[in-house]
Design a binder for this molecule. Structure first.
Ligand SMILES: *Cc1c(COP(=O)(O)O)cnc(C)c1O
Length: 543
C-alpha cells in the first residue's frame, strides 16, 4: 500500500523539472524507485472502497438469485460483442470501475449454479463463506507447496484432509491433498496405484519396456470419463481399460469382473487397478464396493473408489432417517478415494480431494528432491510439503474455503443438507410418478431421471423411442434456454432422459413441485413443434 508521504514525494518529483534536464531525469528515476508506486498497487482507502462495494454487489446478487433466470439465453456472438474486439489496453484503468464492469458482465450473463432451480450436472450451490475464504486466501497468497512457505495453511489443509476422511468413514491418518476437482483427484490415485502395483520401476523406466506386462484397469461402463484421460495421459492407453458390464441397477457386474481379471492373468497381463464408483455421474448408482474390495484383496489389486459425487453420502449411513446405499460402507476398504468438496461440501470451484490409505504410497508416486528446495530439515511427520504428494508445485490455498464451510455447518449441518438434497430428489421421483405425461426412470442418491411422453404415444417401438429421444433432447435445450429451471440429461441404455441432480442447499420443496409443470408445458410445445405430421395447431397446446 502507498503511504501519503510517498504520494507527496512523487508529486514533488514530478514538479522538480526546472533543474537541468539530465539531473532531473536521474533524480526522477531515483525518486520514482525510492517512492515506488506500481500500477497494480491500491491505497488502503481505494481497496476498502472497491472491496466494500463489491461485497455489497455480491450480497445483492445472492439474495436476487431466485428472481433471476437460471441461465442466460444469448449467443456467444452477442457475448463477444459485449467485450468488443479491442486489443490489450496500453494504459491502465481505475480498479473500482473495472470491478463494477466485471460484476455486471458476470451477474447478467452467467449460469447460476447457486440458483434454487439449478439441478443440472453435479455442480453445487457454493457456500458464501467459501467466497469470502477465497478472498482471504488470495489476500494472504500462501503457497501451499511447502510448509516453509505456508506453515499455517499447510496445517489447515492437512486438518481438512483428515476431516473429509472422517466424514466418509475412511482412516483419518491416510495421506491426501486438495486438488482442482474430481478428475485430478482420481488421476492422482491412479498414479499412486500405478507406482505401487507395476512390478518394474515405472517412474524411472516409463511404460515402455520390452519385458513389462500390460497393466490392466477394471471399471464399469458407467464410470466417469476421467479414467480414459488417466489411461491416456499416463501412457497406458485407453485399450488397457476393461469395461465391465453393469446390471439392471447400473452397478458393476462382479462375476464379469472376476472372469475378466482371470482371463487377463492367463494372457500374461498385469491386472493392477479396480475402480468402483460411489455415485455414478449419470444416475448416482453405487457399485457393490464391499464385493469389489474383496476381489481386489483376493487378486492383490489396488481398489480405488471414485466418490467424487457420492462418497460424502456415507456420512448418512448410521442416521436412519434417510436411506442411502449400504454399499457405501465399502469406501473404508479402498486403497484410495477421490472426493469432490466442490460437489457435496458446497465449496466454490475448484476443490477436489485425493485420499490414499497409506500416505507413504502417495509420496512414493510423486516425490523428488531437487537441490533448490531445502525444505526437509524438519521432522517430515510434522511438516508436510504438498509438492511431494501430487503433480503441482506452487499450490493455492483451496483448503481454506473447505475448512471454513466445514466449521460453519459442522457435521450435523452437512448431514442435514445432504439428506435434504436426497429427500428432495426422492420427492421429485414421487411427484413425477403422479404425472401422466412424465415417465420416471431412476432414483439414486440425489439424482432422479425421467422423461416427457406425450399421452397419445405408446413407448416401446423403435420409431416412437427414437422420436421420444429427439423430443426430450429438444425439450432440454428449450428448458435450459428459458432459464426457468436447469436440468441436464443421462442416456440409460438407448433412452435419453432428463436428469435432476440436487446438490444445492437452496433448492426447496416448492422448486421440486414446480418442476413437473414446467417440463410438461415445454414438452407439449416442443411436441407440437417437431412431431412429424403433427398439425401445428395452437389449440393442441392447451388440451
Ligand atoms: C464430477 C465427477 C467427476 C469429475 O470431477 P470434476 O470435479 O468435474 O473434475 C468424476 N467422477 C464422478 C463420479 C463425478 O461425479
Amino acid at each position: 500500500m502507498v503511504s501519503e508521504s510517498g504520494r507527496l514525494a512523487k508529486a514533488a518529483t514530478q514538479t522538480s523539472k526546472t533543474i537541468r534536464e539530465e539531473v532531473t531525469i536521474i533524480m526522477d528515476k531515483t525518486h520514482a524507485l525510492r517512492y515506488r508506486i506500481a500500477p497494480l498497487e491500491m491505497s488502503p482507502s481505494e481497496f476498502r472502497k472497491a472491496g466494500y462495494r463489491l461485497v455489497d454487489q455480491v450480497a445483492e446478487l445472492l439474495c436476487s438469485l431466485p428472481e433471476r433466470p437460471v441461465a442466460p439465453n444469448e449467443s456467444l456472438a452477442a457475448l463477444r460483442a459485449l467485450l468488443g474486439s479491442r486489443s490489450l489496453p496500453e494504459l491502465g484503468q481505475d480498479a473500482s470501475s473495472l470491478l463494477d464492469e466485471a460484476a455486471d458482465l458476470l451477474f447478467d450473463h452467467s449460469v447460476f449454479n447457486g440458483h434454487p432451480r439449478f439441478m443440472g450436472f453435479i455442480t453445487s450451490s457454493a457456500a458464501p463463506i467459501g467466497a469470502l475464504g477465497d478472498l482471504l486466501a488470495a489476500a494472504v497468497n500462501a503457497n501451499v507447496g511447502a510448509s516453509l512457505l505456508a506453515p499455517m495453511a499447510t496445517q489447515i489443509e492437512s486438518q481438512v484432509v483428515r476431516w473429509i476422511a472422517e466424514l466418509i468413514g475412511y482412516p483419518p491418518d491416510c495421506g491426501g491433498l486438495l486438488v482442482s476437482g474430481g478428475n485430478m483427484a482420481n488421476c492422482i490415485c491412479f498414479l499412486a496405484a500405478r507406482k505401487a502395483k507395476a512390478d518394474w520401476d515405472v517412474r524411472t523406466v516409463g511404460m515402455y519396456m520390452e519385458t513389462s506386462r500390460r497393466l490392466r484397469v477394471y471399471t464399469s461402463l458407467e464410470t466417469h470419463t476421467w479414467v480414459q484421460k488417466a489411461a491416456d495421459m499416463y501412457g497406458l492407453g485407453t485399450e488397457s481399460i476393461r469395461w465391465i458390464p453393469v446390471d439392471q441397477a447400473l452397478r458393476m457386474d462382479t462375476s464379469a469382473l472376476r472372469a475378466q481379471i482371470q482371463a487377463d492373468r492367463t494372457e500374461g497381463d498385469l491386472p493392477f487397478l479396480v475402480v468402483g464408483t460411489a455415485g455414478t455421474v449419470s444416475t448416482g448408482a453405487v457399485d457393490p464396493l464391499p464385493e469389489l474390495a474383496a476381489i481386489c484383496r483376493e487378486y492383490g489389486l489396488w481398489f480405488h473408489v471414485d466418490g467424487a459425487y457420492g462418497a460424502l453420502a456415507a456420512m448418512l449411513l448410521d442416521r436412519g432417517d434417510v436411506e442411502v446405499p449400504v454399499d457405501l460402507r465399502g469406501i473404508r476398504e479402498a486403497d484410495s478415494v477421490a472426493v469432490d468438496p466442490h460437489k457435496w461440501l458446497y465449496a466454490p470451484l475448484e476443490a477436489g480431494c485425493a485420499l490414499v490409505r497409506e500416505s507413504g504410497l502417495l509420496r512414493d508416486a510423486f516425490s523428488y528432491h531437487p537441490t533448490y528446495y531445502n525444505f526437509d530439515q524438519e521432522d517430515t511427520t510434522a511438516s508436510i510439503n504438498y509438492y511431494e504428494y501430487g503433480p503441482q508445485n506452487s499450490r493455492g490455498f483451496r483448503a481454506l474455503k473447505v475448512w471454513l464451510a466445514l466449521r460453519q455447518a459442522g457435521r450435523e449441518g452437512y448431514e442435514g443438507m445432504i439428506s435434504d438434497d436426497i429427500q428432495l430428489a426422492q420427492e421429485l421421483y414421487r411427484v413425477v410418478e403422479t404425472q401422466l405425461e412424465l415417465q420416471a426412470f431412476t432414483q439414486d442418491l440425489s439424482i432422479t431421471t425421467f422423461r416427457y411422453v406425450p399421452p397419445d404415444l405408446l413407448p416401446g417401438s423403435q420409431e416412437i423411442e427414437s422420436y421420444l429421444n429427439a423430443l426430450n433432447a429438444e425439450l432440454l435445450t428449450q428448458l435450459q434456454k428459458r432459464g426457468e429451471a436447469f436440468l441436464s440429461n443421462a442416456v440409460i441404455g438407448e433412452t435419453f432422459v432428463l436428469r435432476a441432480c440436487i446438490v444445492n442447499f437452496r433448492t426447496s420443496l416448492e422448486d421440486i413441485e414446480a418442476l413437473p409443470g414446467i417440463v410438461i408445458r415445454i414438452g407439449r410445445e416442443v411436441d407440437a413443434a417437431i412431431r412429424p405430421g403433427k398439425q401445428k395447431d395452437p389449440e393442441r397446446n392447451i388440451r
